[in-house]
Design a binder for this molecule. Structure first.
Ligand SMILES: NC(=O)c1ccc[n+]([C@@H]2O[C@H](COP(=O)([O-])OP(=O)(O)OC[C@H]3O[C@@H](n4cnc5c(N)ncnc54)[C@H](O)[C@@H]3O)[C@@H](O)[C@H]2O)c1
Length: 316
């Protein structure tokens, strides 16, 4: 009978460092761009009035993966539970044998931070060194850790919860600051709940790179439509970004079309230009892709095979 390996939250984080996550996520974008990795659209299953479940499948490198994850915003208040919970299931793509179950929270944290570092490395102005973090919650923290792992050494952390900004700044040897100070960095990462705008057109300066990570579903935005439309635009995937990402408002307002936006994969592959010039403001819209999750799951399984991490085993 197949033996299913189970990697809980700590095992996933022990298996894959932020630096490894960056390498694997970058490679996943390239493989998907070349058509070697396959990713059907995300499926939403509503569970009113509590929230929804999302099924995110991908296949590549001999593995088939499904991330099955919830978004139940009332959970913390009503049940003392996280808003986002789930599992990643990995099967052998040749035999279909189930191989592993991984904690989806840890996989998501690593892959979300990693793509911010990949995009910043590809799109920020040469010599960019300072990082702003707007929103120092779970994913803001992992974004900062990955930016640090990518070699961006100075950072300014802003959060309306000063203790969250302070904890992150202390961990990385960065500093806390106001929203304006965080927005003055070379590379600004916005990773708030997306219920209020934190970037306006007046905040855009020549040479700035913005990673917009918080608006990962319909109805969320962290920048004004005018600010978005005045940047050189990049996204993880047009289909997701245009319907449930930072770009959605500008698309709906008729200010941008698919022709205005470049997929990050084509920039990484060297097929399309990245930053138009030193003075441009670049904006990367990250909505979060299943290929990123597969990249982390595959890296964790590699660490398991190499004996660098231990997992529990369940016989099916
Ligand atoms: N793009 C992706 O792949 C991806 C992946 C995971 C999560 N997300 C999204 O990222 C967002 C943050 O998720 P999280 O799990 O880190 O949430 P979280 O609740 O842990 O953190 C959010 C943080 O933002 C802060 N915040 C709230 N309003 C703010 C404001 N106006 N300015 C600055 N900070 C503010 C909060 O105080 C909190 O610390 C959510 O919208 C989530 O859906 C995106």
């Amino acid at each position: 009978m197949p033996e299913l390996k189970v990697l809980n939250h700590d095992a996933v984080l022990a298996a894959v460092t932020p630096a490894e996550a960056i390498t694997h996520v970058r490679e996943a974008f390239l493989r998907h761009h070349r058509g070697e990795w396959v990713m059907p659209s995300k499926v939403y299953l509503q569970s009113p009035p509590h929230g929804d479940f999302r099924a995110m499948p991908a296949r590549g490198d001999g593995l088939a993966m499904l991330k099955w994850i919830s978004s139940f915003p009332p959970n913390p208040r009503e049940h003392g539970l996280p808003a986002v919970m789930g599992v990643v299931v990995v099967n052998d793509a040749q035999t279909s044998v189930p191989l592993a179950l991984l904690d989806a929270g840890a996989v998501t944290a690593l892959r979300t931070g990693a793509i911010a570092a990949v995009a910043a490395t590809a799109l920020a102005v040469e010599g960019a060194s300072s990082v702003g973090i707007v929103g120092c919650g779970l994913h803001g923290t992992w974004t900062a850790r990955c930016m640090a792992a990518a070699g961006f050494e100075q950072g300014i952390c802003f959060d309306p919860r000063p203790e969250a900004a302070q904890a992150l700044a202390d961990e990385l040897g960065w500093r806390t600051g106001s929203l304006a100070e965080a927005l003055a960095a070379d590379i600004v990462n916005c990773i708030t709940p997306g219920h209020e705008v934190v970037v306006d057109a007046k905040d855009l300066r020549p040479g700035l790179h913005l990673n917009m990570l918080g608006a990962d579903g319909p109805g969320k935005a962290e920048a004004t439509v005018g600010a978005v439309a005045s940047c050189a635009l990049f996204c993880d995937e047009w289909a997701q970004a245009s319907h449930g990402g930072e770009l959605t408002g500008a698309v709906e307002a008729g200010l941008i079309t698919q022709e205005s936006v470049t997929d990050l994969g084509s920039v990484l592959a060297g097929e399309k230009p990245g930053r138009p010039g030193r003075e441009s403001v670049t904006l990367f819209d990250s909505t979060g892709l299943a290929i990123q999750d597969l990249a982390i799951a595959a890296a964790a399984l590699e660490a398991l095979s190499a004996g660098r991490v231990e997992a529990q085993t369940v016989v099916l």
